[in-house]
Design a binder for this molecule. Sequence first.
Ligand code: ZN
Length: 114
Amino acid sequence: MKDIFDSVMLCDQCNGKTEKTQVSKDGFRIRAWHCPKCKKLWYHPLDMRDYQEYILLRNKDFQVKLREVGNSWIVSIPKEIIRFEEISTAKVISLNLDEPGKVVLKFTKIRRVL
Ligand SMILES: [Zn+2]
């Protein structure tokens, strides 16, 4: 299926041809159209939907269970985060102790990071 971003968009003010660009919001890559004449900017609707979903998740404070299984400890990651990161099968991810009391998991979803 073709993406709306593949088509040419005209500015609704000057009727001039817009230019494709990318903007970064909180490390999120958002495709956009820009009118060089009017300096107006239009965000790609799908990228904005993803961005808003991210903001909702980021503002949520999850309480998850930590339990011992064999020689390791298991943390339950909420389904919303797994769905957002588009993880569908078991995979190896990066985990590190960022600072005392803070563990960071990295799901490598490249399109969201600039
Ligand atoms: Zn314009």
